[in-house]
Design a protein around this ligand. Structure first.
Ligand code: ATP
Length: 631
């Protein structure tokens, strides 16, 4: 959605966020370098021109002059010799009174005795360094050190610009410095009827506050949007601001947690101050649980910082006057961990649930995300919605985008149903994998997947298989996909048991058909163990354990990260019983699956052959093979 930035709040003396403050040294440096250059060139000019004024003579001419007693004095500086004549003389047709020459690098043992003999005054000087070199020698190291320091500090400031240190230097978050006027409207948010209805009241309030105040009603200032990731909480908050046509301040609470204690609180203060300046406004705080977790839950600086930030947030929420037109929307997917103080009346006392979309909502979300994309007539969004149970709005937006990218790669003019299917596979199963399986491995994968599919097909409470494939994708060497038919909100015990059996299908088929099991079943066993544990420890589905919820989890040798040993009141004996009951459920499932597969052994074998031949079997072909085999 196009966004335009509203005018930023007036009166800020700080440099613009993100803009680099030039250290004073940088400008100093820009003066020093040219000055140094000028001084150097001046010194060179002066020194060089003096040098040029003294005529240079050949070494042999030097000898001739000394030998003939015309030289009054000489000065030796390293390999340089300069001299003065007693009277003007001609060398190479040029009249000179002074001269300069270079001595050979090999020591001339005759020159000094000759000079002494001819009574020439000899002065020896240490080697002369040009003023330019002297200036450079003394100043350049300092200039280089200063330059390196300025360079490093500017680089560090740039690297940290997005981090806590950079923000510390900048003083406030760039994200909250300007409010955006958003164009998002409720029409852009598909489904979520209940949430839109609840938030519609806020829009009405922002548009006509007087109507609400007339009867003394109080509109909530803090609303908590609760829901899984990607379900449209941010989108909804933007839509509220867009519908009410008010500035939208968005910040993620994790950005409040700064390196130094007190900075987060300062940033909260800044945020609310700015919002109040331009109110009516919407302040959206994403991931509020990052600062809003129950206080006193830990030690250390990070925790102090979080608590201070939370306290500041609480006091800002309390500071709203009755006629304040700033509404704070906060999003979280962990409302259970929030500090009760945050949820009490006057603060975030309204809760709007933003759940994963159901079939109809999925269809309308897909419609929103394909409205500017050409669809071929074979695309039925109802079918796409049906196969995407459990997808969030963000997943559906991603699916539509992947399908469009697939069609673009094909250089097609429209998106086909096959593009949606390929996009679904890519998102759910991962990209095609270049795994070269040998014949034995391929057969094992076919047996394993057929085991899942046959169990899912014949198990009355299982979701029917929609597709089986032995083409390696993502982390998997093969896959059996099931579709629930309708959106499920609850799972009854027989359905959970059916899930366990389908999960055991691969393991059971391998041992039944091939006589051995392989490492390929580990992920199935992990998932099955998780379900069985939850049935026993959470759902009260084991008579021995009873209707008790065992909340806390910790590492356990048998169940991995499953059972708690501390804090939750779960005794060792109960842990042991849960462990035994979980194992019993898994063994029962395995036994039932083995029986089912033995009964349908011929169907299993037929499916294995069909899979080895075709690699992928869609729902109808699958049913045909199994039914044909069954008759
Ligand atoms: P998180 O909890 O991870 O921050 P969120 O709930 O805030 O996620 P959004 O950022 O609002 O989710 O959604 C991500 C994207 O998913 C949106 O930009 C939008 O493209 C799409 N989307 C989600 N829900 C919907 C919806 N109901 N209608 C249309 N698009 C949606």
């Amino acid at each position: 959605m196009p966004e335009t930035a509203a005018s930023p709040p007036k009166s800020t003396s700080r440099p613009p966020p993100g803009g680099k403050a030039r250290p004073p040294f940088a400008s100093l440096l820009t003066w020093i370098l040219p000055a140094l250059f000028l001084a150097g060139s001046w010194a060179y000019q002066v020194y060089g021109s003096k040098e040029q004024a003294v005529p240079e003579i050949r070494y042999t001419d030097l000898y001739t002059l000394v030998d003939s007693g015309k030289v009054e004095s000489v000065t030796l500086t390293g390999l340089q010799i300069r001299g003065k004549l007693k009277a003007a003389d001609k060398v190479d047709g040029q009249s000179i009174t002074t001269f300069r020459s270079l001595l050979p690098a090999i020591e001339d043992r005759n020159l000094l005795p000759l000079l002494r003999e001819k009574v020439v005054a000899v002065t020896v000087k240490s080697e002369e360094v040009s003023p330019l070199v002297r200036v450079l020698e003394s100043v350049l190291p300092w200039v280089l050190i200063l330059g390196a320091w300025v360079w490093m500090s500017r680089r560090a400031a740039g690297a940290l610009a997005g981090g806590p240190m950079g923000r510390l230097l900048a003083g406030r978050s760039s994200r909250v410095d300007t409010a955006a006027r958003v164009q998002t409207k409720f029409d852009d948010v598909a489904g979520l009827k209940g949430a839109k209805r609840d938030l519609g009241e806020i829009v009405d309030f922002l548009k006509a506050p007087e109507a609400f105040r007339r009867l003394g009603g109080k509109v909530p200032h803090g609303i908590l949007l609760v829901g899984p990731p990607g379900t449209g909480k941010t989108l909804l908050a933007r839509a509220v601001a867009g519908e009410a046509d008010v500035p939208f301040f968005s910040v993620s609470a994790s950005e409040f947690i700064e390196l130094f204690v007190g900075m987060g609180a300062k940033r909260v203060r800044d945020l609310f101050q700015q919002a109040k300046q331009v109110s009516p406004a919407i302040v959206f705080i994403d991931e509020i649980d990052a600062v809003g977790r129950s206080r006193g839950a830990g030690l250390g600086g990070g925790n102090d910082e979080r608590e201070q930030t939370l306290n500041q947030l609480l006091s800002e929420m309390d500071g709203f006057a009755r006629n304040d037109l700033t509404i704070v929307l906060a999003a979280t997917n962990r409302p259970d961990v929030l500090d009760p103080a945050l949820l009490r009346p006057g603060r975030f006392d309204r809760r709007v649930v933003v759940d994963r979309p159901e079939l109809a909502a999925r269809k309308s979300i897909l419609a929103v995300h394909t409205r500017d994309k050409p669809l071929s007539p074979d695309v039925d969004l109802e079918v796409v919605a049906a196969m995407t149970a459990g997808f969030s709005g963000a997943d559906l937006a991603n699916l539509a985008n992947e399908a469009a990218l697939g069609a673009t790669r094909r250089k097609a003019d429209a998106i086909w149903a096959a593009d949606f299917a390929a996009a679904y596979d890519k998102i759910v199963l991962g990209d095609l994998r270049d795994a070269k399986l040998d014949a034995g491995e391929r057969k094992r994968v076919a047996v394993h997947e057929s085991g899942h599919a046959v169990t899912a097909f014949f198990e009355p409470c299982a979701e029917s298989p929609a597709r089986v494939s032995i083409i390696p994708r993502g982390m998997a060497l093969g896959v059996t996909q099931q579709t629930p038919g309708v959106d499920k909100h609850l799972l009854a015990q027989p359905e959970l048991e059916a899930r366990l059996r389908v999960l055991m299908g691969g393991y059971a088929a391998e041992s039944l058909v091939l006589g051995t099991i392989s490492s390929g079943a580990s992920d199935d066993l992990r998932k099955a163990t998780e379900i069985a544990f939850e049935m026993v420890g959470h759902y009260g589905m084991s008579e021995r354990v009873g209707p008790v919820f065992h909340e806390h989890r910790t590492a356990h040798p048998f169940l991995g990260q499953q059972i708690a040993l501390e804090g939750g009141g779960t005794s060792d004996a109960t842990v042991h019983t849960i462990e035994e009951e979980t194992r019993r459920m898994l063994n029962d499932a395995l036994r039932a699956t083995r029986d089912l597969l033995s009964t349908h052994r011929s169907e299993l074998d037929d499916l294995v052959s069909a899979l080895l031949e075709h690699e992928t079997m869609e729902k109808d072909d699958l049913a045909k093979v199994l039914r044909v085999a069954a008759t």
